[in-house]
Design a protein around this ligand. Structure first.
Ligand code: ASP
Length: 341
């Protein structure tokens, strides 16, 4: 018992001493613990951000939901479904360019404020892969389904099997077959992705990302877009980010998770996107690859509704819809590459 009291006394003294910091002989008094001030930064919400010019129309569908105090999750799904359904958007959903075997294979993922995630990769014949990804999230014990398994699941959920190869894409593919020359080419519209991130009236973040990937890719190739952490990441305490461009380079740095973690460390969304791009470029240079030959762009949103974007080379645009309206903005870039007219 006496021993116990001594131990208690020792612990009590240790706690008191712990209130200061011993440096050599000197005891530096610690600051009294201050009560945390309530966050005084005004929150800009709701807000939705999406990649490329087609983000403008997609944002309108998302805003319909956000402006009525709807969930960010519903908003991002509804938003990205717009280019998915548009046959003239040749890099997403219906109308997307096929792989080198002439097959349209789609990738998508979705993430909500509770870190619920769902994803599909190499999915054929379904116009809205984002909704299949959401069904994976909500109706299965898994987070990712691919290929035939994803298709069977989609059909079991009532999705309809369709031909997604539009005549224009088929023509381009046949043209491509003549030379069968596969190399990544930035900004020539043979690949793009709609990534969308939103903060709703309740202060919750969600994101969605969907693409047909690189045109004329090898059959079975999967890019960053359906990979949580690479093409999309959401942390409701911190922020959200999504990516577009050469997926292989985004996966290499686990791009969107990196952007969110940088924001957690205090980076602004702009600085976080810039740092991620710097890393893409640095790793390419280390491997003697020319970053001028590719594009990668990130967009990010933090919990206060501040946003930012950055890309490897000029040409990447994104759309922002908040109380100031719906606008296209050109992202800042690391490398200037003159375009041929
Ligand atoms: N990130 C997509 C992919 O690599 C393509 C793109 O966004 O341009 O599949």
């Amino acid at each position: 018992m006496a021993q116990q009291t001594n131990r208690k006394t020792f612990l009590k003294n240790a706690v008191v001493a712990g209130a200061g910091l011993l440096v050599g002989e000197n005891l530096i008094k610690a600051e009294p613990t201050k009560k945390k001030k309530p966050n005084s930064v005004a929150v800009n919400k709701p807000i939705v951000l999406s990649t490329w010019d087609f983000g403008l129309e997609a944002n309108v569908a998302a805003w319909e939901i956000l402006s009525k105090k709807g969930r960010a999750l519903d908003a991002v799904e509804a938003g990205v479904k717009v280019p998915e359904a548009d046959p003239t958007e040749r890099s997403v959903g219906y109308g997307g360019r096929p792989d080198r075997d002439g097959r349209v294979t789609l990738d998508a993922c979705i993430m909500d404020e509770l870190a619920n995630i769902g994803s599909v990769a190499c999915l054929e014949h379904i116009k809205h892969p984002i909704s299949v990804a959401r069904a994976v999230m909500e109706k299965t014990p898994h987070v990712m389904l691919v290929g035939d398994g994803a298709l069977s699941f989609a059909l079991s959920q009532g999705f309809v099997k369709e031909n997604l190869l539009v005549p224009e894409s088929e023509k381009e593919w046949k043209q491509w077959l003549i030379k069968s020359d596969y190399k990544p080419e930035a900004n020539i519209e043979n690949h793009d992705t709609i990534g969308m991130i939103a903060l709703d009236e309740m202060g919750n973040l969600s994101g969605a990302c969907t693409t047909s990937g690189m045109a004329f890719k090898m059959h079975g190739r999967v890019g960053d877009s359906p990979i949580i952490g690479a093409g999309l990441y959401v942390d409701n305490e911190v922020g959200a980010a999504t990516a577009t461009g050469q997926g292989e380079e985004v996966i290499r740095i686990v791009g969107c998770h990196l952007v969110v973690e940088l924001m957690r460390m205090g980076y602004t969304p702009y600085d976080a996107c810039k740092e991620a791009v710097e890393r893409v470029v640095k790793l390419m240079e280390r491997r003697n690859k020319d970053p001028k030959l590719i594009q990668v762009g990130f967009i990010a949103l933090n919990k206060q509704g501040m946003h930012g974007a950055y890309c490897v080379q000029n040409g990447f645009t994104y759309a922002k819809y908040d109380s100031n309206g719906n606008k296209i903005q050109a992202a800042d870039y690391k490398i200037y590459v003159p375009r041929k007219k």
